[in-house]
Structures are given as C-alpha cells and as structure tokens.
Design a protein around this ligand. Structure first.
Ligand code: NAP
Ligand code: SF4
Length: 681
C-alpha cells in the first residue's frame, strides 16, 4: 500500500518535517536521572532512525512544584542542559526533529510541594495541592518560559506545552478544578489566561523559529470538564498568541473512561480531532490508538488531522514508518495496547519497556550482535517465548528450527486474541509469522518434537519453550460434561450456555467473563481483526458524547445487555482482580460490573453435577444452576522433554511457561526468549 498522506512533508515554524508521524510524549523513567540520558539518547535515536519526523520527549517539569514525583526529570537550571543536549544531538544525527515536553503536573504530582488553581485533591492522589496566589501563578509562568529557553539552548527544535490529561494548565481551564474568583478563574477567558500567558510569553522569549506545540484537551471525560465550544475558542486563541501545532489530548488521568487500552477501537477519537481541525488556524495532530499505517493514512486522507502521533507503537517497533514506507507492513511489530510493560512499569516506578519488544528503552543493553559461531538451534514450542527466541536467534545468524505441535503458531496467544479488547494479538502472530519467514527460520507445524528426533538431527542447542497446560483442579465432578476448559472455550471448540460459572478469577478468568458477556453487536469471534472493532458500541458503553455539546464530553453510559448470566469465582477471600495490571485492572472490573457479572471471593467448590456448581461461601451452601462451568484455574508447565534431553547431554534452556507456570504472562515469556537469544554464543 502507498501512504501519500503519511509520507508527505510539512513545514512548521520554518522546519520541514519529513513526514506526518509524530512520536508522542511517553515517560520511560530514563528522564529522571542524569546518568540515564545516554540510554535515553539511544532510545530516541533509534526511533528517529526508524523514520519518525518529530519526536517529543517524556514530560519534563519546569520546576520542583511541577515534578511528577520527587527528583523526576526537570529542566530549570543551566546545569541540566548538557544531558538534554545529548538527546537532541542524537535525534538530529538521524534526520528528525525533537521537542521537549514541558509537563507541570499541578495536583497530579506525587509529592507534598504540589500547587494548583484551587486546593482540591485529585481523586487519584493522596496529596492535596496548595492554591496558588497571584504571585505564585506568575512564578509558574516564568518557570515555563525559562524551561523553554533552556530547551532551546539544549538544541531542541521546540517544546510541547502539556495542556491536557488533567495536568496543571488543564486544571486552570476546567471549572471542575478551577474555583478561583480572581482574574485566573470564573469566565472561560479567565480560566484560559494561564495557558495563553504561558504561550504568549514563551513565544516572545524564544523567537519565531522554534516549534511551539500545545497539547489541548479535546475531551476531558470528567464531570464539570470543559465544553468543546470553549476548547475551539481556546484553539484559535492559542494560535493567535504563537502556537504552531495543536496536539490533541483525550481524557484526564482521573477519568473513568478507557482511552488507550485494547478495548478502545483504533483511531477512536480522530472524529474529535476533525472537529478541532475545522476551527484551528494551525495544523492539528491526532492521537490515541493509532497503531497501524493503513489506519494512520485513513485518518490523514479523510482530513481528520494533519499529523498523527503515536508513542507506544514506536516502543513496539521503532522502524514502524520505515517498514510501512518500504512496503514491509507485515513485519511491523504492532503495539497491542496492553500497557503491561510500558505504563504499568512506570506506575510501579520501573523503567518502561514493551511487551512485544523487550529492547524498548534497553537499546544499549539488549543488543542482537551477529553470532560469533552460528549454531543449529531447535526451539520447541511456538508460543510467545519460542517465537521471540526463534526470531532473535535467527537475527543473530543462528540456524533455527521451530517445532510446534499444533497446526498453528501462537500458544496461549491464540486464546487471548479471541477476547474482545485483545484482538490486537492477531497482529503479534502475523508479525512473528512474517518475521520468521523473512529470517529463514524453518517452522515445523503439527510436529511433536521428541528426544530421539532432536538427538538424530544433532541440534547443538535446544530451547524448551513448550509452554503450559491448563490446570485441572481436584473438584468432585470435574469430568462432568458441563465442564469446559478455557482453551476449549476460547479456541472455539465448545460454546457456553446462557448461565455460566467461572472457576478462577486471574487474568484469564476475567478475560473469559469478558468474552462470555460481550454484547451481540460484538460477536465473540476468534478471527475478528482489530481493524474491524466498531466505534459506536464503545462510545455507548462508556458514555462518550458524540454531539460534543456536553461538559467534559460525557453522556449517560449505555452498557449493552449481556447475553449471559455469569458468576466469576475464586477461593481467596476479598476483592477480585487484585493481580490485574495497574492501569487496566479498573477497566476490566468495571466492564464486568456494568455487565452484571457476579464476582465472588472466599468460595469453596463442593462438586459439579447435573444441577450445576455447588459452592460454599462463609459456611453457606449454595447451588449455582448453570449450564456450564468454565475452568480458569491457572496452568502447569509442560517440560516433557527436559529429562530425556538432560540424559543425552544435549544443551537445553527452559524459558517462558515451561520454566515457570506461576505468573506466566506474555511479557515475561517474550522477554525471556529475547534475552536468551542475546546471551547465546
Ligand atoms: P492466575 O492469574 O494464576 O489465576 C488462576 C486463578 O485460578 C486464580 O484466581 C486462583 O484463585 C484460581 N486457582 C488456582 N488454583 C486453583 C485450584 N486448584 N482450584 C481452583 N481454583 C484455582 O492464572 P490465569 O488467570 O490463568 O492467568 C495466567 C497469567 O496470564 C496471569 O498470571 C497473568 O499474568 C496473565 N494474564 C494477564 C492478563 C491481564 O489482563 N493482564 C490477562 C490474562 C492472563 P484462587 O486460588 O483464589 O481460587
Ligand atoms: Fe504497546 Fe503493550 Fe508494548 Fe505498551 S507494552 S508499547 S501497550 S505492546
């Protein structure tokens, strides 16, 4: 496919951007310590080499009050300029442009120094901000201006002023958080004064030939948020005082509407960007869930935006643009919007990386060098661990044969992709399939590897990535015809009735409950591609106002009628879903609540028979009269070959679920596969 719109250059503030791809701001954790800046420079250099035209750094605070957390990245003194110069120079060497994002967190900062328009605590923070005095506001504006001047000194081509996602500037803009009665609050002109003064004074300090991008909140998705009319007025006013580009922000961090997770359809908000573009005198950038070149081209071709921004998709594949431009789209490692290794890591104060690309933010540490001595390697198992290992070994020049007992690659990913909201896993399988073919890996599907076979073929190294099998819990009646395993259900071999109990409420129990309660409009089909997920049911389920007439862009949610009654059960007492991801767990819980799923902890399973599932909770016995019981009780490692290979003295390494079934997940599996390939020599 051709991408005439995506690949067209654009001139902004005198700079020619080589195409329409912006790498959006994303915190990696490398911004926070001076000693990590060489790593940060390598991370950005790789994305620039991969073709992005304009990159934006993670959020950098203009002062201590604006810190995201104590000692997080900041640019307020000349002493901090040198480390930033490394980043800007590395990007320029690869022919791209880079802006520093100035992020003042306001009441979202996780420390006691925080300030805001009013002294109102955010529902997602335990610290209460101090309401700024007039002089205090002036000093925050000075800090923004100073930060932009220092960014220019460091060699950046511009700054992005973060005015969305519920951060400091947004807190002044929205009536929700601005209760002031002076000239900085009340009317929309007063609430916008901070944003406009920051831009006006920054422009006058940095001069004309420096990109000023402003991230404007198009939809706050919180009560008492801004109205779109006010946002449109703000967009025009920002352009009047010197903004060159408007990037779009969707949803505050405290919003209870998912805006970037997997269940959000691709490019779900480009219709909002289009409305902004209709009134904006300057180019606008579309964001959120754009992860595919054909989608990006469509967004640009129909005039929704002038540029597209993506951050996570470039963590997943720095060469996204280069591959699209070369017609190698099938080799793009697509971001699956899981948040597991990027945002969830940042939330836990770990360095961000990527589930499908463990090299992300580890560019200087995980290097696939050509093998000193190419070996004959057998990889047993075509799940995520085996796929990652086989591809990375082949990239190093090893001769790799991959054995998969099933007729298709994917292992547990084949089940995950059937779950509504996880359709992007199709792309992971497409990517690995294309990659293995391009690298010349011999893939032997439908072949069960044996010790004899591996010995006869004289492999020098065997990688045992034989994965897991679903655990069968010792419950009376577990072999009753009502019982379905999750692989049978998600693999399409069996269909559940209208009343279903699920044994086990880990990640897969939640997935199965989501699958079973998916509305008729979203048929739970294993083969539905991510591109075919419709927008309307998502907007309805989460109450996103399509008219853009309501405050904050919120309307009444209209959750679908679930086609089944479902009980989700676990033995551990207390709230379900504690092990789910930090940034997505609340979404999974809310989906199931909205669909009426009964979630019960502290359950003792007594037996399964024709009447249903007999349980005991708090000493009370109960029979759930269900048509089917789906078992999601975890997994056990499959290591059948390990002992035989050890006896023959064949070099072997266990990875992924075969090594450890507890806490199995695709992130660890892919990372272990990749790291083994880096280490093999
Ligand atoms: P899991 O998270 O370990 O959960 C297993 C569930 O089965 C638990 O709720 C456990 O609860 C129950 N269980 C364990 N042994 C049992 C037994 N003998 N009898 C009855 N119930 C038993 O495993 P999973 O749900 O299969 O998920 C596997 C991994 O995939 C997870 O660790 C996760 O990392 C990953 N995953 C993640 C997501 C995500 O959204 N991030 C989604 C899917 C999978 P009780 O012991 O309390 O009964
Ligand atoms: Fe995308 Fe998941 Fe990678 Fe984050 S961890 S960049 S969401 S694939």
């Amino acid at each position: 496919m051709d991408y005439p719109h995506l690949l067209a250059p654009l001139t902004v503030a005198g700079y020619t951007l080589r195409n329409r791809l912006v790498m959006g701001s994303m915190h990696t954790g490398l911004e926070d310590r001076a000693r990590d800046y060489p790593r940060l420079a390598a991370y950005f250099a790789e994305r620039a080499r991969g073709g992005a035209a304009l990159l934006v750094t993670g959020g950098i605070a203009p002062n201590r009050a604006g810190w995201i957390a104590p000692f997080a990245g900041k640019l307020s003194t000349r002493r901090e300029v040198g480390r930033h110069r490394l980043v800007a120079e590395a990007v320029h060497a690869e022919g791209a442009r880079i802006c520093l994002q100035i992020l003042h967190t306001g009441r979202y900062g996780y420390h006691p120094l925080i300030v805001s328009a009013s002294a109102e605590r955010a529902p997602i923070n335990r610290f209460r901000p101090r309401a700024l005095t007039r002089a205090g506001i002036e000093s925050q504006i000075d800090a923004f201006v100073r930060c932009a001047e220092l960014a220019r000194e460091a060699g950046y081509d511009g700054v992005e002023i973060m005015g969305s996602e519920g951060y400091f500037i947004n807190q002044f803009l929205a009536p929700r958080t601005n209760r002031r009665r002076d000239e900085w609050g009340g009317s929309r002109e007063n609430r916008a004064r901070l944003a406009l003064e920051i831009v006006r004074r920054t422009r006058s300090a940095v001069g004309p030939d420096f990109i000023l991008m402003f991230r404007i909140s198009c939809l706050d998705l919180v009560e008492q948020g801004s109205r779109f009319d006010d946002t449109a007025w703000l967009a025009r006013s920002l352009a009047d005082v010197g903004v060159d580009l408007l990037n779009t922000g969707i949803g505050w961090h405290e919003a209870r509407v998912p805006t970037i997770a997997g269940m959000v359809p691709r490019a779900a908000f480009s219709w909002v960007t289009r409305r902004l573009r209709e009134v904006s005198p300057v180019p606008v950038v579309a964001t959120n869930r754009i992860n595919d070149p054909a989608v990006a081209e469509r967004v640009l071709a129909r005039g929704d935006a002038d540029l597209v921004s993506m951050a996570r998709p470039l963590l997943a594949d720095p060469y996204w643009l280069a591959k699209a431009a070369a017609g190698r789209e099938r080799e793009i490692n697509t971001c699956i919007a899981c948040n597991q290794a990027c945002l969830d890591h940042v939330f836990r104060k770990q360095r961000a990386s990527c589930l499908v690309n463990p090299r992300a933010a580890y560019e200087t540490e995980l290097v696939l060098r050509p093998a000193r001595r190419p070996r004959r390697i057998a990889v047993v198992g075509g799940g995520p661990a085996g796929l990652a290992c086989a591809a990375a070994c082949a990239e190093r020049g090893h001769r790799v044969t991959l054995f998969e007992r099933e007729a298709e690659l994917g292992g547990q990913i084949r089940y995950a992709r059937a779950v509504p909201g996880k359709e992007e896993f199709h792309e992971t399988l497409r990517y690995f399939g294309a990659r293995l073919a391009a690298l010349g890996v011999e893939v032997r599907l439908g072949v069960t590897a044996t010790t004899d076979g591996l010995t006869e073929q004289a492999f020098e190294q065997v990688v045992l990535a034989s994965g897991v099998r679903a655990r069968t819990p010792a419950i009376e009646g577990i072999d009753h015809p009502k019982v379905i395993t999750y692989p049978e259900l998600l693999g399409g071999q069996r269909v559940a009735g209208r009343r279903v109990a699920i044994i086990g409420a880990g990640g897969i129990g939640f997935d199965v409950a989501t699958f079973l309660t998916a509305p008729a409009l979203l048929p739970a089909k294993a083969d539905r591609p991510a591109d075919a997920v419709p927008l309307e049911p998502y907007l309805d389920e989460w109450g996103i106002d399509r008219t853009l007439g309501c405050a904050g862009g919120l309307s009444e949610p209209r959750p679908p009628d679930p086609p089944r009654t479902v009980w989700l059960l676990q033995r551990t007492p207390g709230r379900l879903g504690r092990t789910l991801g930090a940034t997505t767990g609340w979404i999974h819980r809310r989906v199931l609540q909205q669909r009426g799923v009964v979630m019960q902890g502290g359950v003792r399973y007594r037996r399964i028979d024709d009447a249903g599932l007999h349980i005991e909770v708090d000493g009370r016995q109960e029979t759930l009269e269900v048509d089917h019981v789906v078992v999601c009780a975890g997994q056990e490692s499959v290591t059948d070959l390990a002992a035989g290979l050890a006896e023959r003295g064949i070099r072997q390494t266990l990875i992924g679920g075969a090594r450890l079934a507890a806490e199995l997940d695709a992130e660890r599996a892919i990372r272990e596969g990749f790291e083994l390939a880096v280490a093999l020599d």
